[in-house]
Design a protein around this ligand. Sequence first.
Ligand code: CTP
Length: 428
Amino acid sequence: MTSTRALLMVSGGIAAYKACFLARLLLQAGFSVKVAMTEAATRFVTPITFEALTGHSVATDLWGEGQSEALDHIEYARWADIAIVAPATANTMAKATHGIADDIVSTLLLAFGGPVLMAPAMNDNMWRHPATQANLQTLHDRGVATVGPGDGWLACGTISEGRMSEPEDILAAALEMAGSLKGLRPDQHPRQEPSSIQSGFWTGKKVLVTAGPTFETIDAVRFLGNRSTGAMGFALASALIQSGAQVHLVAGPTAMLPPRGLVQTDRIQSACEMADAVATGLQAGCDWLFMSAAVADFAPKEIVDGKIKKESMQGHWSLDLQGNPDILAEVVPVHRTDETKVVGFALETEDVLNRAASKRQAKNMDYIVANNPTAEGAGFGGVNHQVTLLGSDGVVWQSDSVAKSKLAWGILNNLADNEKDTEYDPRG
Ligand code: CTP
């Protein structure tokens, strides 16, 4: 399916920095996100931050002058399913009320016909001013939704009303808005392909998802780790939650925020801790396991209590490592039931499909998602990735090079379709 398209419009207040977190939360929750910023907003946060987060060019002016890519000035308004203005300053709210279109944000707001969510943020006197309150009333009367502002510490040094709502609360309001899109006119529907949400395949399923790297302790300050960000596992968890599954996330050390709505979250460090958490999760009953974590295959044989001093090495250090448990091969078979479906992930740089297929068989997985991080359009650290989903009958789905949030939906939809195709039909 194509996820709901959110146009995040950032106007110029100190709370603009929180809009970066909001962009990330929206992406993690499965939205496609594009950003427009007023000139004032770009003084608080650089458009490059949003460009890096969303993978899309940021609209910053009507003439496309400061942008990396030329944009038709209302292109983003045509693209979006919902618009979120965060922070919404008194000025932007006033312009929206009066139909003024003299910068990119106010112009997009005027051109956009779908639902709008505003997260006001301003000085408390500005918020309480009759002009702002009258504008708010008009906006509400026209169907604009608002979240906040809340009470709290304001940048002007007072503790009062006017502080922008926390990104998590704005996300919750955006999710609600996206959910209610179903009630809109057909021409305003988000552009969706048949999805696992619609088919209800994942609804009520108990799903265990592992994500991120594991860190294997060397001494009090050092560890062995890998480059996994956890993005794939978090995107899967997020899409599963939105599809109605009960998701238990076991996450290694990563800076990513878990999506809202998880039934359980275990934060672990090492492969052994992940193995224990997976065993416990499977014992509690589990319909599907997505083993997307990049589990370290080896760990230091001994953990040193304090910090190993450089002088003790005399210019050379060889670390004695021992194998970690292979969770899929050794732990999962002990605790899964016959009904538990297992999806593994394979990172291969050569002979990708054959090696992934062998890995699937060797570790008794139902499916494996093969990924070549060195392939064009699939690279480490890049925004887009390309994968192949393999089952017992070979290739189930080959993705385009797309963002991980989109991959997650593709994986879930194709698993759902494939499972339905292989379900026993008593009519023959
Ligand atoms: N995996 C696991 N336990 C490990 C290592 C990997 O459960 N100790 C899981 C991963 O989460 C992934 C699958 O096994 O779903 C394949 O991982 P990958 O690293 O590609 O394969 P390995 O079996 O570790 O083999 P190699 O690194 O040699 O390719």
